[in-house]
Design a protein around this ligand. Sequence first.
Ligand code: ADP
Length: 489
Amino acid sequence: MARVLVVDDEPGMREGCRRVLEAEGHQVATAGDGPQALALAEGGSFDLALIDLKMPGMDGLQVLEALRERDGDLACLIITAYATLDTAVAATKSGAYDYLAKPFTPEELMLVVRKALAHRELTLEARRLRQEAERSLLLLATEQSRLRTIIDCMGEALLVTNARGQLVLHNPAALRLLGLREIPLGSAAAAALAGHRALARLLAEAGEREAMLSRELALPQGRVLRANAARIRDETEADLGVVCLLGDITDLKQLERAKVQFVSMVGHELKAPLAAIQGYLEILGGELGDPAQRRQMLERCQQRCGDLLKLVTDLLDVSRMEQGQATRKVERVKLAEVLSEVIAALRPMAEREQVALSLSLPPRPPDVFADRQEMVRLFTNLVSNGVKYNRPGGEVAVTMAAEGSHLKVTVADTGLGIPASALPGLGAEFYRVNTAHARAIPGTGLGLAIVRRILEANRGQLEVASEEGVGSTFTVYLPLREGEEDDRT
Ligand code: ADP
């Protein structure tokens, strides 16, 4: 049922129309002239307007134009006693759907009204459908561009082929990982992926297999990619092609290798002393009667056990540092005290090795913020190395001084020194300098690795200066203030 506005200066005509239209169930409002009609339209919206052409003041065409300007969807019918072709054309131009020539019967009125309302419904429906289609297209375009952005931002490389094995999609990561300047779309995968034959083969094979294929691909410069390729199908099970994702697993591979090396190294380090201990124990358990020899063997067993214990302690330290902060306690530490303790603990060893130990502290030594236990471990490792890699009559001098926002501690020895070529390797797990002299001194190659980790955890830094045959100086910098950024890095 529609809301209809009848605009006519003849009361009889207005009332006649009202009766007929209300009998059909429509809601009707009437106006005697243009301004009244516009005021009614202002107050509420209408679906249809019946407008008399000839009215005093505003004529029908003006009313029609003003009403349609307010509401372009309003269906308008012109009522006229002078139905000529000219009036029909003028009315249609102004937006009227049709016109009725006076006098007309109620049937004639209803016929035109029904047609006008049906036309209005159709126009509105068409517009709604068009808007819906536009919205769907917009959504689709947004969706597509969002998908494209995601694909382009992916760290993994994406390659897609169609059912004919031609490359139809790739992302920037594909170019980067495969080291290609471009991958031409639309050409066969084998040709498009120049130089990556194993990958092209994988794409071809995946197109023929049910299950996803996963393979490692070796690239130049030792890089390794993991490629997962799977066939894709539509809902009718028709082949669409292959999707392949490639990730750079070079770091993982290196980690895996390091793990294997680590286990093998630990294995070897543990095996030699254990075999020696076992050998001595076998002999001791046998017939050997010489007490002096027995004592010597027991001493060796003890020394080897000591080496093993040191290795295990170092390994545990490395893993403790690796596990992170859980057991760390950062506090104000009197480093002067720590250094005195370390020197005192190492004095017996230094005396055995005939190496002089000295400690020089500033008058009012500042504190640092660090984990105390780690500080003990750090300087024990450095000072004991100074003693160990020294010669009888040599020296190890420990000096402390504040330098800017850092505390500087130097551990200088007059020992073997380290060849320049070996300096870059210091601090790596199990790294030992490969000179005959240094090798002959027992050690695990973990001491400086622990030092490095402790300094990393305490925002410190290490500098090493060394001259072969003259001696080495290890300089440690530790921040003086809590939480202060290390300005040396
Ligand atoms: P370790 O002493 O158990 O072998 P470190 O990690 O403490 O392990 O030291 C690594 C290597 O660096 C040592 O094997 C040694 O060759 C060399 N090195 C360390 N400190 C010194 C030093 N003060 N003088 C000479 N060489 C040193």
